[in-house]
Ligand binder design. Structure first.
Ligand code: AP5
Length: 224
């Protein structure tokens, strides 16, 4: 199963991807996480990317396409992958198509999670993220409180607020999404791949809807 999670900033792509990994043992490929790791390491790419990320703008296509090209070649992607935050522009989607042809793979579903903009602002400005990159679990100061304030339930590491989760940058990210990324719904609709999901409701309800879509019509090897 090769899946794209599409949706505005804060729509719940990362939250749902983490639950899908547990259920399907499929790797999550988050270009945002890969770029934040490069920023933390202080690499040349990370330093350049940070300027775009802090401004709520997209990192240039050639940078993220290069990242994805390398990542999809890794052996853990052979049985499937969950793309979270990529593609984000039509040229990125076209490049992905070419990479997949080269790998003899294809996208099975584009799950498009829809949440209204003011709810997204509330979600992102209240989000707290685990500092441990290998965990990266998300919490929220109102909706998904950790058991102990400021500490990740999963791994016990300190939580932090992302630099781009302030209201000014969030609003800029929303504008960027509407201009550059929303057209992908049309791009994938033409291919019959879009599975729309209303992203409002409990995290588990939304997860169950996604699992229902991904498993519909899937048969056991015994034919049932
Ligand atoms: P990225 O890290 O991809 O950020 P994003 O797309 O803006 O998405 P988020 O990670 O902020 O949100 P999410 O949808 O994963 O929501 P989450 O599950 O955390 O990208 C960051 C930056 O990197 C970009 O701005 C850009 O500069 C650059 N970049 C990345 N990819 C790029 C690309 N392909 N091309 C160019 N540049 C790129 O949930 C949010 C909050 O809501 C959490 O607190 C969570 O607990 C809560 N929540 C989740 N679900 C629910 C629910 N159902 N009800 C209530 N609360 C909920």
């Amino acid at each position: 199963m090769n899946l794209i999670l599409l949706g505005g900033p804060g729509a719940g792509k990362g939250t749902q991807a983490k639950k899908l990994i547990d259920k399907f043992q499929t790797p999550q490929i988050s270009t945002g996480d890969i770029l934040r790791a490069a920023v933390k390491e202080g690499t040349e790419m990370g330093r350049k990317a940070k300027e775009y990320m802090d401004a709520g703008k997209l990192v240039p296509d050639e940078v993220v396409i290069g990242i994805i090209k390398d990542r999809l070649k890794q052996p853990d992607c052979q049985k499937g992958f969950i793309l979270d935050g990529f593609p984000r522009t039509v040229p990125q989607a076209e490049a992905l198509d070419r990479v997949l042809v080269g790998l003899g793979a294809k996208i099975d579903h584009v799950v498009s999670i829809d949440v209204d903009e003011e709810a997204l602002v509330t979600r992102l400005t209240g989000r707290r993220t685990c500092k441990n990159a290998a965990c990266g679990q998300m919490f929220h100061i109102k909706f998904t409180l950790p058991k102990k304030e400021g500490v990740c339930d999963k791994c016990g590491t300190e939580l932090y607020q992302r630099d781009d989760d302030n209201e000014t940058t969030v609003r800029s990210r929303l504008t960027t999404y509407n201009q550059a990324t929303a057209p992908l719904i049309g791009y994938y609709s033409v291919k019959g791949l879009v599975r729309p999901i209303a992203g409002v409701g409990s995290i588990d309800d939304i997860f169950n809807q996604i699992v229902g879509i991904l498993t519909a019509g899937v048969k056991c090897s015994c034919g049932h």
